[in-house]
Design a protein around this ligand. Structure first.
Ligand code: CP
Length: 332
């Protein structure tokens, strides 16, 4: 779709998602969004959080609008939370069943989009295994349509990045003095990239990317982060520890990747390993989890874990993003 260098593609996407006045038209990547916009989106999401025991927040911000969820890769959290977010804002929400759609008969992605555009969908939420798909669609839709990236290959997962930032901010307040360790399959993780870039924009004290050498990112890809292949060193003194799933669906060559038991003993985040982090450190995981591989099951369910809070914050973040982009759409 685009033969340009990866950095050039990301810069083009960063520009494409903003209107000329700087307002958010699409959400394709956290790269290129400035600090004030990220903070505003986190503040907006806070407004949609309600205490346990209270009913979830609702508003009429999207009344009359239609949100289409197009997930060309599996999802539980992201898809369900965009569905709930749209409904809680009063939108009509269409969840296209990709497996029974005409994509299976060879219809192109753009013809699928044009079909939904003709049905007056305003916001299309797209997850796809191929890099560049959300931006490719964004370049072809009409002015009254917004595209939200719900997970793009190993490149980007911006709403996951935002919900991770919100979760960290709610527990730790500010970012400047924090040590954040992201552990596991960094190379194939769109979450590590989005959360990592977001943390950098918000001025995190130190970001460590801890992985086996075969799962490390390319050198220089996230120049602000410290790469580390030793879990104990990676966890020492950390305020926030995020474990990542091995992204087997994106790994073509398993060479150099430890087997399951060896992986847990060398890179698994456990109660024992967490003694190296700060006593008040929080444990995160974007899900889905493989208990006993990248994280000890009991730790995931412990008081240190904020994994279910991440899920709750995801609905609020998606409500905030939907509300924001709908304000910036052109006339039909
Ligand atoms: N974190 C995340 O994207 O989860 P799902 O694949 O379940 O949406």
């Amino acid at each position: 779709m685009n033969a340009a260098e990866p950095d050039q593609i990301l810069e083009d996407e960063a520009r494409l998602q903003l209107n000329q006045d700087g307002s958010l038209r699409h959400l394709l990547t956290l790269r290129g969004l400035d600090r004030s916009l990220l903070v505003e989106m986190l503040d907006d999401a806070e407004r949609y959080l309600t205490p346990p025991g209270e009913l979830p927040a609702h508003s009429k911000a999207l009344t009359g609008r239609t949100v289409a969820n197009l997930f060309f890769e599996p999802s539980t959290r992201t898809r369900a939370s965009f569905d709930l977010a749209g409904k809680r804002l009063g939108a009509d929400v269409l969840n296209l069943d990709v497996n029974t759609s005409s994509r299976k008969k060879g219809e192109s992605i753009l013809d699928t989009i044009y079909t939904l555009e003709a049905m007056r969908c305003d916001i299309m939420v797209v997850r796809d295994a191929s890099a560049g798909v959300p931006a490719y669609i964004a370049r072809h839709v009409k002015d009254h349509v917004s595209i939200l990236n719900a997970g793009e290959s190993d490149v980007s997962h911006p709403t996951q990045g935002l919900l991770d930032l919100l979760t960290i901010r709610r527990h730790k307040g500010s970012f400047g003095n924090l040590v954040v360790s992201i552990v596991g399959d960094i190379r194939h993780s769109r979450v590590a990239r989005s959360t990592g870039w977001g943390l950098n924009t918000l001025g995190v004290g130190e970001l460590r990317l801890v992985s086996p050498p075969a799962m490390a990112p390319d050198p220089g890809e996230m120049p602000f982060a410290r790469l580390c292949d030793d879990l104990d060193k990676g966890l020492a003194g950390a305020d926030v520890v995020m474990a990542l799933r091995i992204q087997r669906e994106r790994i073509s060559d398993l060479e150099g990747i430890p087997g399951t038991e060896e992986y847990f003993s060398t890179y698994g985040v456990s109660h024992e390993r967490m003694k190296l982090a700060r006593p008040d450190a929080i444990v995160m995981h974007p899900g889905p989890m493989n208990r006993g591989i990248e994280i000890e099951g009991g730790l995931a369910d412990s008081r240190q874990s904020v994994i279910t809070e991440q899920v709750a914050n995801g609905v609020a973040v998606r409500m905030a993003v939907l509300e924001r982009v709908v304000k910036s759409l052109g006339a039909r």
